[in-house]
Write a protein that binds this ligand. Structure first.
Ligand SMILES: *Cc1c(COP(=O)(O)O)cnc(C)c1O
Length: 369
């Protein structure tokens, strides 16, 4: 199995960057972020894209645009990173952690329904590892309870299910362009929405309410500076032009690694859902060995980077700042305790992937004894 070559790369990125640097310093920020927004909207097939400084800033901006603030509760899966939760807490809202279904990795909607109160305003589905839940179930739940949907699609650029692209299902979709995500620019993020009012609020919020939405005065509300710097927008724009190839590469890397691990004892690849076009963000395997989390940590020490072993990913409701919030989400814990999610980047060659596979297979064989 050979990995596809992605056209472009260092040279067009350098050229795009050089052209922007020629124009700097430019207090207006120049035209490149606007160009990026137009191209993002076209690529994802949505009316509006707003570029911001990070995925965290995209979530913060999106939640603000959905009117989330003090006194509101927001449903969020325990199966996520703290970056999903910090923005809603920063806005004064309260996170209510929802469990996930170990069979599908999707939200446990029965648990979600039990946790809706009169203060619930929004739900943040998180497409962790690029895996997307059922868009119809999400839409039905949100409409039944009258909730805004802010998708955390930071890892899901390029995934679709039932023909709907991740990040275009909800009220707003939030993406990160931090290195390691498929569409990268070092740091950066953006949000997608079909709603003009949400896009106008987001455009104001990311830049101290300037430009203000129609009918409002500039600087008339307190907001933040979450603008995307022009050099990073230039890198993003060059990478967006090879986005399709980057997604194909990630899929091929994941296929390659999973194929090489087919015979490894105690490790079973997780298949995407029916009608899910998964972006292959990370190679996902169920660890059926004793002490599975310790095995993932051991692999990380042996040079195979993975979500639980390298980054100590734990259910968010068990983090120290959230532990007073009632019954723990057991499905999320079960998923994470048994997950080997091998982290990939564009730079990982067949040689690297073959080394990951060889180390993983050898260590799994030894561990099983
Ligand atoms: C990366 C990531 C974020 C945060 O994005 P930053 O650009 O690092 O702020 C949020 N949620 C998920 C699921 C992520 O993977």
């Amino acid at each position: 199995m050979t990995l596809p070559h992605v056209p472009g790369g260092a040279q067009p990125i350098t050229e795009q960057l050089a052209a922007v640097i020629e124009q700097m310093p430019d207090p207006s920020g120049g035209p490149v972020a606007g160009q990026l927004e137009r191209d993002l909207a076209e690529t994802f097939g949505v009316p509006h894209a707003v570029a911001v400084a990070s995925g965290t800033a995209a979530l913060h901006t999106a939640l603000s645009a959905c009117g989330i603030g003090p006194g509101n509760e927001v449903l969020v899966p325990a199966l996520t990173v703290v970056m999903t939760v910090a923005p809603l807490v920063a806005l004064g809202a309260t996170p209510v952690f929802v469990d996930s279904d170990p069979a599908t990795l999707d939200l446990d909607y029965d648990d979600a329904a039990r946790k809706v109160t009169s203060r619930t305003r929004a739900i943040i589905p998180v497409h962790l590892w690029g895996r997307m839940g059922d868009p119809a179930a999400l839409a039905a739940f949100a409409s039944e309870h009258g909730l805004a949907v802010v998708e955390d699609a930071a890892q899901a650029a390029g995934t679709a299910r039932d023909g709907q692209r991740a990040g275009t299902v909800g009220t707003v979709g939030c993406f990160s362009m931090k290195d390691g995500k498929i569409l990268w620019s070092g740091e950066g993020g953006f949000l997608l929405t079909a709603r003009r009012d949400v896009a106008e609020h987001a455009t104001a919020f990311r830049s101290h309410w300037q430009p203000a939405p129609p009918g409002e005065a500039p600087l008339s509300r307190l907001a933040t500076n979450s603008r995307l710097a022009a050099p990073l927008a230039a890198i993003a724009l060059a990478n967006l032009r090879r986005f399709r190839g980057l997604v194909e590469l990630r899929r091929a890397q994941t296929r390659h690694l999973l194929h090489a691990l087919e015979q490894a004892p105690g490790l079973v690849a997780l298949a995407p859902a029916a009608r899910e076009e998964w972006n292959g963000f990370a190679a996902l395997l169920h660890i059926g060995l004793p002490n599975p989390r310790a095995f993932a940590e051991h692999l990380a020490q042996q040079g195979v980077p993975n979500s639980t072993g390298s980054f100590r990913l734990v259910p968010c409701d068990t983090r120290p700042m959230f532990t007073d919030r009632g019954r723990p989400c057991r499905g999320a814990a079960q998923i994470l305790d048994h997950m080997l999610a091998v982290i990939l980047t564009e730079r990982d060659t067949e040689t690297t992937l073959d080394r990951y596979a060889a180390v993983t297979a050898t260590e799994a064989t030894a561990w099983a004894r």
